[in-house]
Structure formats: structure tokens, C-alpha cells
Design a protein around this ligand. Structure first.
Ligand code: GDP
Ligand code: FE
Ligand code: FE
Ligand code: FE
Length: 196
């Protein structure tokens, strides 16, 4: 994917170099697999492939930042104060998007929302956000019970795939006595039960 300059002043190689500095090698390899998966899905579903590439590469940009960076950003950007009661799993997307904006100069709100919602999902997700949510879940190195079903569903219907991931992640969190972030429940209610 060749970048046009619309969404980042960096070339893809320049963006890759900045991301590599932030991440351990295994995480850097993961984001490149998510990018590749997201670009394929973008072509299938008629989404801007440059946005899919950028969102895939940056989605875990903040994953290895210290907790203090997120606490500071929650205050500085006046995000929901309840966020301070959560942890890296919840912060790296929802708060990480602000670090991507300020440090990488990526201002496209659809890309930023795709990053924000890649972990918890959201009531409203653009097709790009659905693609990043699914690409993160099914990238080729993912190996868990149900990943083949998730890959098949993603190739057939993004909506059914989002519902599948949302339900299975919630079941996994419940099974392991994890705290459920409210947005995760909102996503479940929006995507999983039959409407009407
Ligand atoms: P990764 O960054 O590529 O490893 O993947 P994600 O960003 O999708 O997920 C990060 C972690 O957040 C995973 O372990 C999820 O199970 C976890 N997670 C997702 N939703 C919730 C939630 O509501 N509560 C908690 N405690 N963890 C969650
Ligand atoms: Fe993540
Ligand atoms: Fe995910
Ligand atoms: Fe990821």
C-alpha cells in the first residue's frame, strides 16, 4: 500500500520505523499481520485500503507504554474519569488513540475510532472499525478454540463476525472472573441479541 499523505505525513516505511521503536519484536510482528489481514478485508469489503493499513499498523501503538502515560493522558485530554480505574488492556486503544494523534500526527477520526474500539468494540462501528476489530482477532498467528469459525464468519459477514467475537470474548472474561468494562457490555447488547 502506497500512502498518499492524506492521513499521515509519513511514508509507510517511516511509520513502520516509528512503531518499531515503541514495540517489542513479537508485538511489532503482530501489528504487521493485523495490517495485512485488514488490507485484505478492506479490499473485500470496499473500504479505503490506506486507512486499513494505517489503522492496522497503529492499533497497538500504545500497548507497551507505562501506566503513568495513560493516567496523564486521561487527565490531559479530559477523557472519562472512570478510565483511571482500568488497566492497559482497556487503555491502549481508548487512550492510545490520543497518543497516536499527538505523537504520530494522525487526525483521521475514523482511523482513531478504529483504534479506540479495537479491544472493547462499540455500539457504533464503521466498516473500517469492524475490520480492525476482526483482523486483530483472526490474524494468522492467532490460535484459540473458535478462531477458524471466526475467520470463516469474517469472510462471509462482518456483522456476524463482530457478534461472534464480542460474545466469545465476553464469555472468556466471565469464565475467568475478569472485570467487564461497560463499553464491552454495550457492544454485546448492540451486536449480539436478536433485535426486533
Ligand atoms: P491485543 O492488544 O492484540 O493483545 O488484543 P486486544 O486489544 O483485542 O485485547 C487486549 C486484552 O483485553 C485481551 O486480553 C482481552 O481479553 C481484554 N479485554 C477485552 N475486553 C475486556 C473487558 O471488558 N475487561 C477486561 N478486563 N479485559 C478485556
Ligand atoms: Fe490491542
Ligand atoms: Fe482485539
Ligand atoms: Fe492487537
Amino acid at each position: 500500500v502506497t500512502y498518499t499523505g492524506r492521513y499521515t505525513a509519513d511514508s509507510r516505511d517511516q511509520l513502520l520505523a516509528k512503531i518499531e521503536k515503541q514495540l517489542k519484536p513479537a508485538r511489532f510482528a503482530h501489528v504487521q499481520r493485523v495490517e495485512h489481514t485488514a488490507v485484505k478485508l478492506a479490499k473485500q469489503y470496499g473500504v479505503n485500503v490506506e486507512k486499513a493499513s494505517i489503522a492496522g499498523l497503529v492499533h497497538d501503538y500504545a500497548k507497551q507504554r507505562p501506566d503513568e502515560d495513560f493516567i496523564e493522558a486521561i487527565h490531559h485530554y479530559q477523557l472519562d474519569p472512570d478510565l483511571v480505574n482500568w488497566n492497559n488492556a482497556i487503555w491502549h486503544g481508548l487512550v492510545g488513540a490520543e497518543l497516536i494523534k499527538s505523537e504520530l500526527g494522525i487526525y483521521d477520526e475514523e482511523i482513531l475510532d478504529a483504534v479506540r474500539y479495537h479491544t472493547t468494540g462499540n455500539r457504533y462501528m464503521t466498516t473500517l472499525a469492524q475490520i480492525i476489530y476482526m483482523a486483530d482477532y483472526i490474524e494468522p498467528a492467532r490460535d484459540f478454540d473458535g478462531v477458524e469459525q471466526a475467520r470463516l464468519l469474517t469472510s462471509q459477514s462482518l456483522e456476524l463476525a463482530v457478534a461472534y467475537q464480542t460474545k466469545h470474548t465476553l464469555m472468556y472474561l466471565l469464565e475467568n472472573n475478569q472485570r467487564i468494562y461497560p463499553k464491552t457490555i454495550d457492544t454485546y447488547n448492540a451486536w449480539v441479541p436478536q433485535s426486533g
